[in-house]
Design a protein around this ligand. Structure first.
Ligand SMILES: *Cc1c(COP(=O)(O)O)cnc(C)c1O
Length: 352
């Protein structure tokens, strides 16, 4: 079913087509040629970080980050209970075990509950900036320092939030704040880590390219066609974030005080406008009837078949997953579109 008001739509009205055409005309469409490096440089510079290593997805970025930090079988990585499953899967792919920590009221990992999950096997912590809300990174970095843990930030939903961990990982999927269609990128200040990320991304060739491979690595390379789109997106990231800020303001204002709705804490950057709704399923059906798409919150990791654990009914993440949803959030949404969405939500709850 296609909605008149979809949850997400990529904004491709900058130089995307121009750069893409340029890549095709040049004949540089693989990961070789100048475009991938141009995108990596632009995104690293935007964030004030020394190195950017692009790859094929956000999931690939997380996997490369953990591998570059030497994480593998026998290790444990602290991961939020409330996140998209790819955060945990990246840990599982390396052979390590994800250890889950419940969320706080802002949906992010509850930093006061991290220490109780640390064991002798814990090697890293993966804070996720859920829906564009920055984790309490001071607290995370303090714990990491105290217990000698590495920090991999899952910034898939938080382009524009300044990274501080060892490696920050971004998704460039079509519904994220900026996109390459599919893609991802790791940012790090450490030149050795950047080298490892690039090495693991491209099949761990030896320097002499002799087809001797000393470890199992990946083909997670980004193409120049993806990088062309991503570069044009980075050039407009400030504008995109400003437009999204305005979308957040308009929803906040229009939905304040509606009985049945609970607004969520402010975001550092807006990815998806999240809220909690009484009679959620009925609301979703009503909005769908008005051609307005909505999406549910993430299902907690304890409810995923590969990670089932018995304490899930008592988790905060579970209560959010029961009544949370998000509304159409993309830069193509006009003020009138947003007012229509707001009006329909208000009408559903009899708040005219
Ligand atoms: C989207 C997302 C990912 C995965 O990114 P892909 O590019 O889809 O692989 C990982 N973590 C979070 C929090 C995400 O939202």
């Amino acid at each position: 079913m296609s909605f008149k008001y979809p949850v997400s739509r990529p904004a491709l009205e900058g130089r995307e087509l121009e750069y893409l055409t340029g890549a095709v005309e040049d004949g540089w469409i693989s990961s070789q040629g100048p475009m991938v490096g141009r995108f990596e440089r632009a995104f690293a510079d935007y964030n004030g970080v020394a190195h950017g290593v692009s790859c094929s997805s956000g999931t690939a970025a997380l996997t490369l980050a953990l591998r570059a930090l030497g994480i593998g079988p026998g290790d444990e990585v602290i991961v939020p209970e409330f996140t998209m499953v790819a955060s945990a899967w990246a840990v599982t792919y390396t052979g390590a075990t994800p250890v889950f920590v419940d969320c706080g009221d802002d949906l992010n990992i509850d930093v006061t509950r991290i220490e109780e999950k640390i064991t002798a096997r814990t090697k890293a912590v993966m804070p996720v900036h859920i829906y564009g809300r920055r984790c309490d990174m001071d607290a995370v970095m303090d714990i990491a320092y105290q217990y000698n843990l590495r920090v991999v930030e899952d910034s898939a939903e938080a382009h524009g939030v300044r990274p501080v961990g060892d490696i920050a990982c971004y998704s460039l999927f079509a519904n994220k704040i900026i996109t390459a269609g599919e893609g991802g990128i790791c940012l790090t200040d450490d030149p050795k880590l950047a080298g490892q990320l690039a090495h693991l991304r491209a099949m761990a060739f030896t320097r002499d390219h002799s087809f001797l491979h000393k470890k199992v690595a990946y083909n997670f390379r980004m193409t120049a066609m993806q990088a062309a789109v991503a570069l044009a997106q980075v050039e407009r990231l400030d504008d995109i974030l400003a437009t999204r800020r305005e979308i957040e303001r308009r929803y906040d204002e229009g939905l304040a005080g509606v009985p049945g709705i609970t607004l969520m804490p402010p975001r550092d950057v807006l990815w998806m406008y999240d809220l909690r709704a009484e009679r959620r399923e009925e609301l979703r059906e009503f909005l769908a009837g008005e051609s307005i798409e909505t999406r549910l919150f993430f299902k907690p990791m304890s409810r995923q078949p590969m990670y089932l654990h018995p304490d899930w009914p008592s988790l905060k993440a579970h209560t959010f997953a029961e009544d949370g949803l998000y509304l159409p959030t993309h830069t193509g949404l006009s003020a009138a579109d947003q007012d229509f969405v707001i009006d329909r939500v208000r009408a559903f709850y009899g708040a005219g």
